[in-house]
Ligand binder design. Structure first.
Ligand code: ACO
Length: 704
């Protein structure tokens, strides 16, 4: 793993562009370094000054004549290359380049950024930025940034691609009473990326949870690799912005149109154990929960409330987020019955009614936390004349400490009357919310993380022995030689068979006699389909005839197809007509793949047919995640198609095992052959026993 000590815990720092002028960023950085309590050596660099803020100033890094771990550069863009070169020569370990005016401003800036990176590579220096705010580490302590203020000490690391977002969050964190271990602004990520920083924060003993705001990921495959390991150590919560559907719109296959980069991110995050959130609120709700509460062992939630309505809202939210309302043991129910007023609800949600004082909260919360069927608790408090918000807050904090293996969240619904209580909760790091739903959403994130940790044990990948690599290689080479990118039906069929995927038998006939001869061997009934690299939707041009029972019918259908197709598309190159056996009935599903630029092949499964894009009953996985039958089954069960496969409305159940095998093999195929860019098997017909790939479309690209 990369050693980023020079960044978070440097022994010496040079601030290049340090200035006496308080308006300059170079002044703010020096001031921040000094005032954060940093204990290492500080070297301001400014050719015009003898001393700045009481520190001896040097004309350049070369003049220091001591080793320097970190140089923070805040000079105009035209000087940065020269300064970086000086740093390299002086043996500086790493740079933070604050200066803007690089890649983000266009071609000239990009050129400069490349020069900067080349210098770093030449001298073995690492670089954060350019165009960043800097870093802060509250435990070193070090404020190597030009932000206003230094975060409270805590156990949350924040990595942000947006500098503005970072400084705003910092300011807001004071109000919220949230503490941080690290604050990192990645800037343009010309060298160090969010991946390096996540890896480093996962190893940081002072960090318990890693938050990221990202706009893009630098290297999808490495992201998955690093985060899969890092998230086993610490929860990683990511807010990803800037998801475009442009890629999806441009795709030519069903799968491509369904996929889009958002789905790929979704699949990658899921595979890496990363928790994705959609809003800043969710990001911080989860951060607060993880930073102060234990991870729940399971999904059973107890709700204690002094008001019926919010209790129902909480119950609805528990269901909405896929958690469970805990069913108390008989012992707990007896205890609650014997000690709460007659009007109280002793089942979950426990309604201790409007006149509840602190003692009733104490009793009910303790009883539920002691219950072995409870994994977490939500305490709801609405202000009434007799309510004791602050005393109850103390009780909640006390019981949370006592039962320290179960997370507790407080929902204080109100404003002024509850302010003191809320303050007490926040000062004591107990997550409090104004409404029930966000508290349940945070619990859901924690529960999902727990699930990931439980399932993170490595599982042996399924062994697929009967795959014939050479036949696929030969078939694809032939297509490339023909200067085509879409496989013809019989070629796709060959590829499927070679990888052990049951497919309807497809043979190419170039005359009606040959078609009849093939049918003689294949048996009846059969289907005939036009074979042309230019015709994707064969039915639309009269290119398909099905249910043919005799030689006579086959010959007649052959002529009919030729006539119709040449009538509609006189210029389309026709290779012949494909003869296909008729396949048994079954549930029709789609299995496909589209390639994401960042994360590689993305496999889709869902309800098949011509309405797939309309219905969008689909689930996605990166092909690299699909190497066990368990994972494939999980993917299948996420869709409504699974309900049909199980046997909907009295129908017999379909062979999910056979389908799983097909999906697993597709995942292997697309990983083995990098040139496959898109693939649609729509439909795969899943029978009561076995399954058959019916219509297979494979698109490839020419590789150098
Ligand atoms: N070596 C050492 N010192 C130097 C050198 C050098 N080669 N060249 C100049 N200096 C000194 C200057 O003399 C000056 O000191 P002085 O005040 O004593 O004269 C100091 O370095 C700064 O140079 P200036 O020319 O005054 O530059 P200024 O401070 O105005 O701007 C800066 C430099 C801040 C890097 C600017 O170019 C810039 O990039 N600003 C944007 C920064 C930014 O926004 N970054 C992204 C953050 S992310 C976000 O969105 C918030």
């Amino acid at each position: 793993m990369l050693d980023l000590d020079f960044l978070f815990n440097p022994e010496q720092i040079a601030i290049v562009g340090a200035s006496k002028s308080p308006q300059k960023i170079g002044h703010a950085i020096l001031d921040n370094v000094v005032n954060s309590g940093y204990e290492g050596k500080i070297y301001p660099i400014n050719p015009k000054e003898e001393e700045i803020l009481g520190y001896k100033a040097y004309p350049s890094v070369a003049d220091i004549n001591e080793s320097v771990d970190l140089a923070i550069i805040s000079v105009p863009v035209k000087h940065t290359i020269g300064v970086a070169e000086e740093c390299g020569k002086a043996g500086v370990k790493g740079l933070i380049v604050i200066t803007a005016g690089f890649k983000e401003v266009g071609r000239e800036g990009l050129k400069l950024e490349r020069e900067l990176t080349a210098i770093c590579e030449r001298y073995g220096m690492r670089m954060l930025g350019p165009n960043c705010v800097g870093v802060m580490d509250t435990h070193t302590p070090l404020n190597g940034s030009f932000a206003t203020g230094f975060p409270n000490e805590g156990n949350i690391s924040l990595i942000s691609q947006s500098g503005a977002m970072l400084v705003s969050i910092l300011d807001w964190s004071f109000e919220m009473g949230i503490g941080f271990s690290r604050f990192i602004s990645t800037g343009n990520k010309a060298d160090l990326t969010e991946i390096d920083l996540i890896e480093s924060c996962a190893a940081d003993p002072y960090t318990n949870v890693i938050l990221c705001y990202i706009e893009d990921i630098t290297d999808g495959k490495r992201f998955v690799e690093v985060c899969s390991e890092a998230s086993k150590k610490k929860p990683i919560v990511i807010l990803k912005s800037g998801i475009s559907s442009a890629g999806a719109q441009a795709a030519s296959s069903h799968t491509g149109a369904l996929a889009g980069s958002n789905r790929a991110y979704e699949a990658a995050f899921r595979q890496s154990g990363v928790l994705r959130v959609d809003t800043m609120n969710d990001l911080f709700d989860l951060a607060r929960a993880f930073s102060s509460q234990p991870i729940p062992n399971n999904s059973r939630v107890a709700v204690v409330t002094n008001a019926g309505g919010p209790g129902i809202l909480a119950t609805d939210a528990v269901e909405k987020y896929g958690l469970k309302m805990a069913r108390f043991t008989k012992d707990t129910i007896d205890k609650l019955r014997n000690n709460l007023p007659h009007e109280a609800n002793i089942y979950n949600p426990v309604d201790i009614i409007g006149d509840a004082r602190d003692d009733r909260y104490r009793f009910a919360l303790q009883a539920t936390l002691e219950d072995e069927n409870v994994d977490s608790a939500i305490v709801i408090l609405c202000p009434a004349a007799v309510t004791e918000p602050e005393k109850t807050a103390q009780t909640i904090v006390e019981l949370n400490k006592k039962y320290n293996n179960k997370p507790v969240m407080a929902v204080y619904i109100g404003g002024k009357a509850l302010a003191e209580g809320k303050n007490y909760l926040s000062e004591n790091a107990l997550p409090s919310f104004t409404f029930p739903e966000p508290s349940i959403s945070a619990l859901e994130g924690m529960t999902r993380y727990n699930q990931f940790i439980k399932e993170a044990e490595p599982v042996e990948p399924a062994e697929l022995t009967d795959t014939d690599y050479d036949t696929v290689r030969k078939t694809l080479d032939q297509v490339l030689e023909d200067r085509r990118v879409v496989l013809l039906g019989h070629e796709a069929s060959t590829v499927m068979s070679a990888y052990g995927i049951p497919v309807s038998k497809t043979y190419l006939a170039t005359s009606e006699e040959e078609a009849a001869e093939i049918c003689g061997k294949l048996g009846y009934p059969v289907a005939l389909k036009i074979s042309s690299p230019r015709i994707a939707h064969k039915t639309d041009v009269g290119g398909v005839e099905i249910g043919l029972h005799s030689e006579k019918e086959v010959k007649r259908a052959y002529r009919k197809i030729m006539e119709q197709v040449t009538h509609f598309l006189p210029d389309a190159p026709i290779y012949g007509i494909e003869v296909q056996d008729m396949v048994d009935e079954g549930v029709e599903v789609i299995v496909g793949m589209s390639k994401d630029v960042q994360f590689g092949p993305l496999v889709v499964f869902g309800l098949g047919g011509i309405y797939v894009n309309l219905i969008e009953d689909v689930s996605f996985r990166l092909a690299s995640a699909l190497d066990t039958y368990d994972e494939v089954k999980q993917m299948i069960t996420e869709t409504k198609a699974y309900t049909m496969l199980k046997g909907y409305r009295g129908k017999k159940s379909a062979d999910v095992n056979a389908l799983s095998d097909t999906i697993l093999r597709v995942a292997r195929l697309v990983q083995d052959f990098d040139e496959i860019t898109e693939m649609d098997i729509n439909p795969v017909r899943v029978h009561t026993k076995g399954s058959t790939a019916l219509d297979v479309k494979i698109t490839i690209e020419h590789k150098e």
